[in-house]
Design a protein around this ligand. Structure first.
Ligand SMILES: Nc1ncnc2c1ncn2[C@@H]1O[C@H](COP(=O)(O)OP(=O)(O)OP(=O)(O)O)[C@@H](O)[C@H]1O
Ligand SMILES: [Mg+2]
Length: 243
């Protein structure tokens, strides 16, 4: 079956600095994959490159549900079904969450009645109903902002979701809440990539695979036991695998 996300030998540089050095990653539909890696290993760069942020010279391939991503501008990639969640979601003053979502749903080609149904249903599920008439992310706590992003994803139903450090800055309960929201988003129609520094979030959701990223590449992939191994021994043990 065609994977949700299929990245092969991805290279990305800024000027003469190479940041991604031949990264390969496959995320099947229905699965949640975690990427863990030390500061500066290129995790956020991977997000930016997949989203189509300019400034990088890119080679290799990245496919979303079989379609080439790298040749497309940012907005087309979003319409193809790529959606990212950020460490610090932006506040949009003066735009109510409900209007923002209806507009985004319209752009994604979702029928307005269907969009309204999803907003009501997922609003309930993620306890976001009371935020619908407030400005997007404005004056929300860190945890609420993350929950809001996941709620938006549940309404828009992208094919690939990439969450960059969605757990950083959250208290213990909020990490669990966000993890459970991510798990609730799991479906056969979406592949989810979760970038994290902490194995704590992995206790509350069942990641299908863990990938260790170092120096611009995935250097090891495995099951949940890999997170435990990292927690115990840090990245040092993996450094030997860098050539
Ligand atoms: N525009 C740029 N110009 C030069 N170097 C860059 C640029 N963007 C990123 N880098 C460098 O690339 C490396 C990877 O950065 P990136 O933000 O992707 O790391 P990361 O794995 O997300 O780290 P963290 O865990 O701290 O968030 C860093 O050394 C960073 O300084
Ligand atoms: Mg980062």
């Amino acid at each position: 079956m065609t994977p949700a996300l299929d990245v092969t030998d991805l290279h990305a540089s800024v000027g003469d600095i190479e940041i991604l050095k031949g990264l390969s990653l496959q995320v099947p539909f229905g699965e949640i994959h975690a990427i863990m890696g030390p500061n500066g290993s290129g995790k956020s760069t991977l997000c930016h490159v997949l989203a189509g942020k300019e400034a990088y010279t890119v080679s290799g391939s990245a496919r979303l549900d079989g379609q080439d991503l790298l040749g497309e501008p940012t907005d087309v990639r979003a319409r193809m079904g790529l959606m990212q969640g950020f460490q610090y979601p932006v506040e949009i003053r003066g735009v109510k969450l409900v209007d923002f979502l209806k507009e985004a749903a319209d752009e994604a080609g979702i029928d307005p009645d269907e969009a309204a149904r999803r907003i009501a249903e997922s609003g309930d599920q993620f306890d976001m109903t009371r935020f619908l008439t407030r400005s997007v992310n404005q004056d929300l706590s860190g945890g609420e902002k993350k929950r809001s992003e996941i709620f938006q994803m549940a309404v828009l139903r992208p094919k690939v979701v990439i969450l960059d450090e969605i757990d950083s800055g959250l208290d213990i309960d909020a990490v669990r809440e966000v993890a459970e929201a991510v798990e609730a988003m799991r479906s056969p129609e979406v592949g989810i990539v979760l970038i994290t520094h902490y194995s704590r979030i992995l206790r509350y959701l069942s990641a299908d695979r863990i990938h260790v990223m170092m120096d611009g590449r995935i250097i090891e992939s495995g099951g949940p036991e890999l997170a435990a191994q990292l927690e115990a021994g840090g990245y040092e043990a993996f450094r030997a695998q860098l050539t």
